[in-house]
Design a protein around this ligand. Structure first.
Ligand code: GRF
Length: 221
């Protein structure tokens, strides 16, 4: 019999293409995780459709309906625990999470961000990259701490910035890499190959190192 699969709770606010990538990975028999539930703070998020199509329980928890961030996060934690969630994956979830929530899932909350952190944290990372004129952009999966995109870095993928790029074209190129990187990073995290050690990550097997920095076919060498 195969080992138990890690139960993921995926938090979303929008389109959910990264949720889709995780759902697709979890549909493979040998993937070590499954999506136990999806929670959106935005009732109209297309990600909810994706969850329903994959027959995964989907819940809307509107942060605006709660009197404080603490109350919202308490309800969020309860919802996830009710679904037996062990790992939390933020996938385009547009809220910061506080220390109390994070303490409920120690070293088990992941996020994907569309830049090569620590450059360009926060909103509109791709626009920031274009405005700064960088020649290589990319995405990062990291453990979440209470800061804005500051947690220990798990894996990164690089893409070139082309002279004709605008925000949409660069975002699309980065997103393609996000869809490969997130399932890879989740696999490494839930199998204990990469763990959070304060501000950095610990990688247990040297063979894993090559998987942690991806290069897209068009990226400069
Ligand atoms: C992605 O670019 C992700 O890196 C960022 O928000 C976007 C979400 O896209 N955090 P989607 O909802 O997964 O399509």
């Amino acid at each position: 019999m195969s080992a138990a699969r890690a139960r993921l709770g995926v938090l979303v606010s929008g389109s959910g293409s990264n949720l889709q990538a995780l759902l697709d990975a979890c549909a493979q028999a040998d993937y070590p995780a499954e999506v136990a539930c999806v929670v959106s703070n935005v009732p109209t998020a297309f990600a909810l459709e994706r969850a329903r199509k994959a027959r995964v329980p989907a819940v809307v928890l509107e942060h605006k309906a709660f009197s404080s961030r603490a109350e919202f996060e308490k309800a969020l934690g309860e919802e996830l625990r009710k679904a037996g969630v062990e790992w939390v994956c933020l996938a385009g979830f547009m809220r910061l999470l506080g220390a109390d929530f994070l303490a409920g899932f120690p070293g088990r909350v992941l996020n994907i961000h569309p830049s090569l952190l620590p450059a360009f944290s926060g909103l509109h990372a791709q626009r920031q990259a274009l405005e700064r004129g960088v020649k290589i952009a990319g995405c990062t999966v990291h453990f979440v701490d209470a800061g804005m995109d500051t947690g220990a870095i798990i894996a990164q993928a690089a893409v070139p910035v082309l002279p004709e790029d605008d925000e949409a074209s660069l975002s699309a190129r980065i997103l393609l890499e996000e869809h490969k990187l997130y399932p890879l990073a989740v696999r490494l995290a839930v199998t204990g190959k990469v763990t959070m050690q304060g501000a950095r990550t610990r990688v247990d097997a040297p063979a894993t190192l090559g998987e942690l920095s991806l290069r897209s076919p068009g990226a400069p060498r």
